[in-house]
Ligand binder design. Structure first.
Ligand code: ATP
Length: 272
């Protein structure tokens, strides 16, 4: 498989459609739950935190604690039962192209080529003119899929499909990239490479990132801040600033110490 690690410096060649700068987020006392036979099952309680423009925040917590629900609220796919979510000071009420979500499952349309999948967002906005076409070409080049532009999703490996999904998100020049376990289904080698690619893209473009992962090491390798959640209804147990320089080494003593600390927190808060 051809990977794009050596092309990480080229995304600046992709002309933005938006202003490209990361957006700020502010969550104030956010609470959410779901109706279960007339009773509300509380999922999130008193969640407050902020994200400065260009920050990379990882969310860690036990399975089922409400991490994906929180991402859905930030994406504007649902509205909270209490509290408020603000982007650049304005309440989030609905999805917006500035906030794009990449899920664990790349969900590419099987009948469209890679190029046509990536072009979909621009096409829907009426932006697929010559300039838009060049954007699609460049972003595919940037994620190392230029040679597979005319392939169909069934012809891609898992890592390639995930990079196509990433290209589809990046072509809209997001200001917030919302990642819900984006590397969860990849083999360990591809996963390590994709971690490097995602960090390289983020450091270059400086959009803000909110990423859910189950992998403590992945969170500490990639994010500049890690929020550790307790079991449902989720509350933030601890916020950890990861001040190690990039690229980070798995076996750096500070990394090992942080990992031990986070695992202890999750062990104390795990529901299983
Ligand atoms: N649409 C929904 N209707 C009812 N309950 C829901 C809905 N979405 C999520 N839940 C419940 O909310 C809780 C939190 O789910 P969520 O997917 O946010 O957790 P998570 O932390 O992302 O889990 P995991 O790490 O296993 O992916 C779970 O108990 C789940 O059953």
């Amino acid at each position: 498989m051809t990977l794009a690690i050596d092309r990480i410096d080229n995304l600046s060649a992709v002309a933005p459609t938006g202003n490209g700068a990361g957006l700020s987020l502010q969550l104030n006392d956010v609470g959410h739950g779901f109706d279960f036979g007339g009773e509300i099952l509380p999922v999130l309680e008193q969640i407050s935190f902020s994200v400065a423009p260009g920050e990379f925040i990882a969310l860690l917590g036990p399975s089922g604690c409400g991490k994906s629900t929180l991402l859905r609220l930030v994406a504007g796919l649902e509205n909270p039962l209490s509290g408020e979510l603000l982007e650049d000071g304005v309440p989030i009420r609905r999805p917006d192209p500035a906030r794009v979500v990449v899920f664990q499952d790349p969900t590419l349309f099987p009948w469209r080529t890679v190029w046509a999948n990536v072009a979909l967002g621009l096409q829907a906005q009426g932006l697929l003119d010559d300039h838009g076409r060049r954007r699609v070409d460049r972003v595919l080049e940037r994620v190392g899929l230029a040679q597979f532009a005319h392939a169909y999703p069934r012809q891609l490996s898992g890592g390639m499909a995930q990079r196509a999904a990433l290209a589809r998100a990046l072509v809209n020049d997001p200001r917030l990239l919302i990642l819900d376990e984006p590397l969860g289904k990849l083999d360990s080698l591809t996963r390590i490479r994709m971690q490097g690619e995602l960090v390289g893209l983020w450091r270059e473009k400086r959009y803000s990132v909110l990423m859910v992962t189950h992998d403590v090491e992945e969170a500490l390798l990639m994010a500049n801040r890690v929020l550790v959640f307790g079991p449902r209804p989720a509350r933030i147990l601890q916020t950890i600033d990861v001040e190690l320089p990039y690229p980070r080494r798995r076996n750096h003593p500070d990394m090992i110490a942080l990992r031990t600390r986070v695992l202890a927190l999750l062990g104390a808060g795990a529901d299983s």
